[in-house]
Design a protein around this ligand. Structure first.
Ligand code: LLP
Length: 409
């Protein structure tokens, strides 16, 4: 079921017409479908049902506490990468024994917090981090569960800026270093090595790199002869931003995962972010001005790269769809841009688009993951509102930031 669709040429999120909302709330704003989030979670979980994995939603993809609460209700845990995300996950009701903490640069304070809260795993990304955790755990007199993150040196076909599993990337330990770490870990008396973890990148649309990763994990398990309690396979499952994007076949992958789980008698953890929330939101924005360029028309929106960074940062293509469809054509190419004083503050360019007027509303599609969570106050612009729809009801889950809080510092 599609939760974001047209009815009689009017864009709807669940049972609410976006046109009606723009008369109530000032744009721009993020607009989510709760039903869509729930359905994505269920479908992800169903794919891997046989393996009964712990699903730790990757909070960096969307850290709105109301969204975390929805996922908590579905049974989700959390993958966090900072003290702030950890506290937010706990505040949303997610139990510490369902939280894993990754990241190459955890600070002393963040490590103390994670130890005190007794989270499921601190996923360690270097030998020196393990030494520091061991020291802090000793002082706090708390034996601490860790996972060790593997860098499998696998080139997952995705944007070069979101790949994490190649030898040149800063994440995890190389196979050789990880094996030697495992064989010496007993010296770190305050740690329990409960897991091996891996995450090879984001927006991956083929099962192959995941299959290769399982092979590397098998080799390590054999060579270290460690029976890891948990194997954390990370996130990275891509979604279709463009019609021609192929779909990842999670069913095929799930068969391999289940075989692996049985063979090594371990519990599986996943850390999906984008696959759960990516397609569940649009960013509703107004055409502030139309301007004739020398060979195209600019549609200058009231939302910019401060509100939605993915295009400026990764050249990501997100469709922009009209709030009300018409059948008239715009003359010549049209480029959607934002107001920020940077050339990269632009979105998508169309050869043909429907006829558009100033003050019309449009929506940037598929912005639920790494949309609001990557937004900023650049150009001293307030963070915009986030609204969620459940059937016919709209609820504000983040108020537009008060400009006063911005101008005093
Ligand atoms: N686990 C770890 C350790 C990660 O580093 C990430 C994402 C995830 C899980 C979740 O990955 P996902 O399932 O969402 O692909 N801002 C970029 C994506 C950066 C991803 C960073 N790590 C973007 O907008 O494409």
């Amino acid at each position: 079921m599609s939760y974001i669709r047209y009815k009689n040429n009017n864009l709807f999120v669940e049972n609410v017409s976006v046109r009606r909302l723009v008369s109530k709330f000032s744009s721009p704003f993020y607009l989510y479908s709760e039903g869509n989030i729930i359905e994505n979670y269920k479908s992800f979980s169903n794919n891997f049902k046989k393996s009964n994995p712990l699903i730790c939603f990757s909070v960096k993809a969307n850290s709105n506490i109301q969204i975390l609460k929805i996922l908590k209700k579905m049974g989700s845990g959390a993958d966090v990468v900072s003290g702030g995300e950890l506290l937010k996950a706990i505040k949303s009701g997610i139990k510490p024994n369902k939280i894993v903490f990754s990241g190459v640069g955890k600070t002393e304070d963040e490590i103390k917090l994670a130890i005190r809260k007794k989270i499921l795993l601190i996923n360690v990304e270097s030998e020196n981090e393990a030494i520091l955790i061991n020291k802090i755990a000793g002082k706090l007199k708390k034996k601490t569960a860790i996972g060790i993150r593997l860098n499998p040196d696998i080139n997952a076909p995705t944007h070069k800026k979101i790949s994490t599993g190649k030898a040149e990337d800063k994440f995890g330990l190389s196979k050789t270093n990880l094996i030697s770490f495992c064989l010496n870990v007993k010296k770190l008396k305050n740690l329990k090595l409960n897991a091996i973890s891996v995450h090879i990148g984001s927006q991956i649309l083929s099962e192959n790199p995941f299959k290769k990763t399982l092979k590397v994990l098998e080799e390590i398990i054999k060579r270290t002869a460690i029976n890891f309690k948990f194997v954390d396979l990370g996130g990275g499952f891509g979604i279709s931003y463009k019609k021609k994007d192929k779909k990842i076949n999670l069913k095929n992958y799930s068969i391999l995962v289940e075989k692996f789980r049985k063979k090594y008698n371990c519990n599986i953890i996943f850390e999906p972010g984008r696959a759960i929330v990516g397609d569940t939101a649009i960013l509703v924005t107004k055409v502030q001005y139309l301007k004739k360029g020398s060979n195209k028309t600019f549609a200058i929106l009231n939302a910019g790269m401060n509100d939605f960074m993915r295009t400026a940062l990764y050249d990501a293509v997100h469709n922009i769809i009209p709030v009300i469809k018409n059948s008239k054509k715009n003359k010549g190419p049209l480029e959607f841009v934002g107001p920020i004083c940077e050339t990269t503050c632009k979105f998508v360019k169309y050869k043909k688009y429907q006829s558009l007027n100033q003050t019309d509303y449009v929506a940037i599609a598929d912005v639920g993951a790494y949309g609001a969570s990557l937004s900023s106050n650049y150009n001293t612009k307030p963070l915009i509102a986030e609204i969620i729809i459940n059937k016919a009801k709209a609820r504000i889950i983040r108020k537009k930031q008060d400009i006063k809080s911005l101008i005093n510092q």
